[in-house]
Design a protein around this ligand. Structure first.
Ligand code: CAA
Length: 240
């Protein structure tokens, strides 16, 4: 029987590439999205992947949503915590709301979603969780104290949960993408982005499927000895 995978932020950007790569490799995928109905509808039409709408920052919605996915598709074997937002600005201009939103979605979402599926994975003695961190959680980034803090938190979250899951054959790993050609990165001012690209040894932005390839490896059944690790996929921009 095919394994069931949930991908948050799974209808756009890196998440869409992950959802598609998992589907193409035999997983039954539920792609979760929060707001963009039109893109989600198109993604569903183009790929046949089931889409579900809820906000990963909402604990109750994650409980109810994951229960619905399990009822529709079967018990959840794989969770990819990919949903993320930016509210970039420098510290002195950042509002408390900009801080809180990013922490709630990017880091709180990891807790809410993992909490909803971890019990079932423990009972069934199998699970694969992959959390999408960021180069900016490893190295920091000007204008991103909220995002860097949340993404850095994901790396600690990953290592702690990996220890708890290990005996139940649940692996928990992170991927730290560098700058990938997505809507999120296109929002960076052109002049700033040019300077960033100049610092990438590979000389270009990454492509979303290059991150999805790493996820596919980490969620495979024979990757059971890889846990608590962070796979950096950043074109050599930060060697950590
Ligand atoms: N280091 C040092 N100084 C910097 C700097 C840097 N990295 N970036 C900007 N500055 C300086 C500028 O030179 C400027 O100084 P001067 O006025 O003396 O020239 C000053 O800071 C203000 O810069 P801006 O004009 O850019 O200021 P702004 O208020 O208009 O914008 C900003 C600030 C929102 C942070 C903007 O620079 C920005 O969007 N930067 C990009 C942040 C970024 O990389 N975000 C990543 C998004 S993608 C993502 O997050 C995915 C992922 O995981 C990788």
């Amino acid at each position: 029987m095919s394994q069931v995978a949930i991908v948050t932020g799974g209808t756009r950007g890196i998440g869409a590439a992950i959802s598609t790569m998992l589907k193409d490799n035999g997983f039954t995928v539920a792609a979760i999205y929060a707001g963009n109905d039109e893109r989600a509808r198109r993604f569903n039409e183009e790929t046949g992947i089931s889409v579900y709408k809820w906000d990963v920052a909402d604990y109750e919605a994650c409980q109810a949503g994951c229960a619905q996915v399990a009822a529709d598709l079967g018990p959840v074997d794989v969770l990819v915590n990919n949903a993320g937002i930016t509210r970039d600005t420098t510290m002195h201009k950042m509002t408390h709301e900009m801080w809180q939103e990013v922490i709630d979605v990017n880091l709180g979402g990891c807790f809410n979603m993992s909490h909803a599926v971890f019990g079932g994975m423990r009972e069934r003695k199998y699970g694969r969780i992959v959390n999408i961190g960021s180069i900016n959680g490893q190295a920091g980034q000007y204008g991103q104290v909220n995002y860097a803090a949340a993404k850095s938190g994901i790396h600690g979250f990953t290592k702690a949960l990996a220890q708890e899951g290990a005996r139940a054959n649940i692996t928990v790993n992170a991927i730290a993408p560098g700058y990938i050609d997505t809507d999120m990165v296109s929002a960076v001012p052109e002049a700033v982005l040019e300077k960033i690209i100049a610092k990438i040894p590979v000389g270009r932005l990454g492509k979303a499927p290059e991150i999805a390839r790493g996820v596919l490896f980490l969620v495979s059944k024979d990757a059971g000895f890889v846990t608590g690790s962070t796979l950096s996929i950043n074109g050599g921009q930060h060697m950590y």
